[in-house]
Write a protein that binds this ligand. Structure first.
Ligand code: NAD
Length: 364
């Protein structure tokens, strides 16, 4: 019987990749878009680091008011600034927080975005936006927020401290892992995801041993892009649903939260998703996916426990309730509140992920 049946939509985006070439690529790409009034979005630190790459742009406004998870009031101020300055193009430089703010403006205005990512968050390759109101983060998909152009320059990531690089790189691996079983995952997403994990597995240990070496930084950036493309097509799986709640409701740091939660979701789902687990294992050059991820995490000295980043065990029950409302219907393994509680408790403590599989007796 024929089992290969799927629908896949590729999104249009120019990707320019070249170490040391950001200034030239950015000038050319902004010119190509016909931009005359550019708003540069970057936190004060990111702006200071990247001053040289914007010297060829027609900048009418520098916007530094960047906050992780895009609180609505921050988005409103940025939208007002874009309107006030008659901006025609947004250039965001920095991590997912800067990209996220550009997306919030584009969502309301339709302005084109040129993204220059300096972390491995991957937001630049997705049409996913996020806004946080009160303690709730809302996300959605809208093609207007997909950056028209992405400029990747691995040199810009060399200043990213090693622990942040590790967390951000594991966040990228989380995109790829979740893309294996996201609600719209298809065979093309899985190819991108597998190659993304492979590149990240090669790049991240090099970043740790040689933080300013371009080989590690390039592999990691390339892997982050592929993983984000896969994730963008497959949609948010269980891992992202959990992390959105932890980030939005409990204000936990994005990359570290993903880095910590990932092995637990992988251990939980893997016995029920043998094809995905096999692909992940191959990409990690390991016999088994969960074990391969744990070995890589050990080499990278990855963050271990949510409690180290401010998550309180007393919040687990409430978090379970919120996450249960968002669990994807097609998750490979059915999810109960009790299992989720165990998963969050283990991630809170940094316990061994394998303990989640004590009742995983009936893989599909
Ligand atoms: P971030 O953008 O907040 O950056 C983390 C820190 O690193 C910041 O202090 C930043 O100034 C600093 N930094 C960035 N680049 C640097 C560099 N090259 N050198 C030194 N310091 C540098 O964090 P992030 O993890 O990149 O992004 C997190 C945000 O992105 C979250 O809000 C998350 O929800 C969002 N996100 C969205 C998507 C999506 O598809 N919409 C995907 C991934 C992440």
């Amino acid at each position: 019987m024929c089992e290969l049946r799927f629908e896949h939509e590729s999104r249009t985006q120019r990707v320019c990749f070249g170490s040391g070439a950001a200034a030239a690529m950015l000038t050319d790409e902004v010119d190509r878009l016909g931009a005359a009034r550019v708003m540069v979005i970057a936190s004060p630190e990111d702006a200071a680091r990247s001053e040289a790459i914007i010297s060829g742009l027609p900048v009418v406004h520098h916007h530094h008011d960047v906050v992780m998870h895009v609180p609505v009031e921050v988005a409103e101020r940025a939208r007002a600034a874009a309107e006030e300055h008659g901006v025609d193009t947004l250039v965001c430089i920095g991590g997912g927080s800067a990209t996220g703010l550009a997306k919030a403006i584009a969502l309301a205005s339709g302005l084109p975005i040129v993204a220059v990512p300096t972390t491995y968050a991957g937001s630049e390759a997705t049409a996913v936006w996020g806004l946080t109101e009160g303690a709730r983060k809302t996300t959605g998909v809208d093609s207007r927020v997909l950056p028209r152009v992405v400029i990747y320059d691995a040199e810009l990531t060399c200043t990213l401290p090693v622990p942040v690089s590790v967390a951000s790189g594991l966040n990228a691996i989380a995109h790829a892992v979740d893309a294996m079983w996201g609600p719209s995952a298809d065979p093309i997403d899985r190819v991108f995801a597998q190659e993304g994990i492979r590149a990240l597995r090669i790049g991240l240990p090099q970043v740790v041993s040689d933080p300013t070496g371009l080989s590690g930084r390039e592999h990691t950036l390339y892997g982050a892009y592929l993983s984000a493309v896969a994730f963008a097509s497959a949609g948010s799986g269980l891992h992202h649903k959990i992390c959105h709640v932890l980030g939005g409701t409990y204000n936990l740091p994005h990359a570290q939260t993903h880095a910590i939660v990932l092995p637990y979701v992988l251990a939980f789902n893997a016995p029920f998703a043998p094809d995905a687990a096999a692909r992940i294992a191959v990409a990690l050059d390991a016999d088994e996916a969960t074990d391969g991820l744990q070995r890589l995490r050990a080499r990278l000295d990855a963050p271990q426990a949510l409690r180290d980043f401010g998550f309180d065990a007393a919040d687990i029950d409430d978090a379970v309730q919120i996450i249960m409302e968002a669990v994807p219907a097609r998750n490979p393994r059915p999810v109960t509140a009790d299992q989720l509680r165990r998963l969050l408790s283990a991630a809170h403590d940094g316990a061994a992920p394998e303990t989640l599989n004590n009742d995983a007796k009936e893989p599909r």
